[in-house]
Design a protein around this ligand. Structure first.
Ligand SMILES: O=c1ccn([C@H]2C[C@H](O)[C@@H](COP(=O)(O)OP(=O)(O)OP(=O)(O)O)O2)c(=O)[nH]1
Length: 152
């Protein structure tokens, strides 16, 4: 499924010095987001910084949202993940798309302008109308949960 999403380029270096976000392969689910910072950013172990991506998007359709996720290699090998773990972009948000970069590792990390630091994934959303009841219509699982079924 391909959906058309409006975007604004907030940083002139995107689309000239650095490519705009795009899918790396025909089946990629995420498009990489760049750190559109003015100068290299040193992230000490444990530090988090809010970094602009140079983009604004307007999803518009309430049946969609976008998530910002870490890039697997950076997260696993270098400890560069997200300060909010996952970024959730609402369909009505039109402001600058920001990435919270968190160095969860043990060594300082340097982020250079234009580095691909996270990825943007669009997802369908179901919005719920909550209806209060005294008893659920179907009792499927009882009280179990939080490890009730064990690990094997
Ligand atoms: O990593 C992120 C997460 C969110 N946002 C933007 C889009 C989102 O629609 C908006 C608000 O995010 P959210 O509702 O998760 O944050 P909040 O702390 O609850 O803020 P608010 O009080 O503005 O709703 O901020 C980003 O740019 N990057």
């Amino acid at each position: 499924m391909t959906v058309e999403i409006q975007f604004k380029r907030l940083d002139a270096r995107l689309g000239s010095e650095f490519p705009l976000p795009d899918y790396a392969t025909a089946h990629s689910a995420g498009m990489d987001l760049r750190a559109m910072i003015e100068a290299p950013l040193e992230l000490a172990p444990g530090d988090a910084e809010l970094v602009p991506t140079g983009l604004a998007i307007h999803i518009g359709d309430p049946g969609l949202c976008a998530t910002i996720l870490p890039r697997s290699g950076l997260g696993h090998k270098h400890g560069l993940v997200l300060g909010n773990l996952v970024g959730l972009i609402d369909a009505d948000y039109q402001g600058p798309l920001m990435v919270s970069l968190w160095n969860r590792g043990k060594k300082p990390l340097t982020i250079s302008p234009g580095d691909r630091v996270a990825q943007l994934v669009f997802l369908p959303v179901a919005r719920a109308a909550l209806r209060q009841v005294d008893e659920f219509e179907l009792s499927a699982r009882g009280e179990g949960g939080f490890g009730h079924t064990g690990t094997r």
